[in-house]
Ligand binder design. Structure first.
Ligand SMILES: Nc1nc2c(c(=O)[nH]1)N[C@H]1C(S)=C(S)[C@@H](COP(=O)(O)O)O[C@H]1N2
Ligand SMILES: [Mo]
Length: 191
């Protein structure tokens, strides 16, 4: 069953704001910055990704506009590995996931480091297509699609919450599809 207000899309439509960025491997990095424990920034080049652990995660994708696609198999780097590779300061409560062109999505640290949150490189056994986020796309299976930046480039550790791109533009800060609540005016509503 789909969450409230969702209908099944045909195939896997592409949906995002703005143009598809060109991948330039020599300039590409994944960074972790903000409130790290060491105070340092961390950075990985594209080739470095291959050395990181990988997991497979199954996910349905629910766009807040009301279309869903189901049965995706994503493969990539578990987001929780960053806790070891780039330890956050003790008071980090949220992250901002940053993509090309300044797209961003805020997440609670506990959601970002959940077992099912993955920085995906592959989909159904093939490298991601550029339209779907190649070379790296965050997948947060339990939240609306806007919480999963395609063309992921950085994670910012934050000691308080701050709204991301769609969260600042009228979309719900938590974005849990099971509640059907997708708009920021619904944030005060209790279950
Ligand atoms: N960088 C970036 N990532 C993004 C978006 C975007 O506009 N820019 N849109 C989000 C939204 S609203 C959705 S529903 C999904 C759509 O992913 P798909 O095109 O792979 O179906 O991407 C998300 N990731
Ligand atoms: Mo969306």
């Amino acid at each position: 069953m789909l969450p409230p207000g969702q209908r099944l899309a045909k195939g896997w439509p592409v949906s995002h704001y703005g143009p598809v960025p060109r991948f330039r491997p020599e300039r590409w990095t994944l960074q972790v910055f903000g409130a790290t424990m060491s105070g340092e920034k961390y950075s990985w080049a594209y080739e470095d990704l291959a050395a990181l652990p990988r997991v497979t995660v199954f996910a349905d994708l629910h766009c807040a506009s009301g279309t869903s696609t189901t049965g995706h198999e994503f493969f990539g780097v578990p987001a929780s590995i960053l806790l070891e590779l780039a330890p956050p300061a003790a008071d980090v409560s949220h992250v901002m996931a940053w993509a090309e062109y300044g797209y961003s999505a805020n997440l609670r640290l506990s959601v970002f480091t959940a077992d099912s949150t993955v920085m995906a490189t592959h989909h159904n056994g093939e490298p991601l297509t550029v339209e779907h986020g190649f070379p790296l796309r965050l997948v947060v299976p339990h939240l609306y699609g806007y919480k999963g930046p395609k063309w992921l480039r950085a994670i910012e550790y934050m000691t308080q919450d701050r709204r991301g791109f769609w969260e600042e533009r009228g979309f719900h800060n938590i974005a849990d599809p099971s509640t059907g609540r997708r708009h920021s005016y619904q944030e005060g509503e209790s279950r």
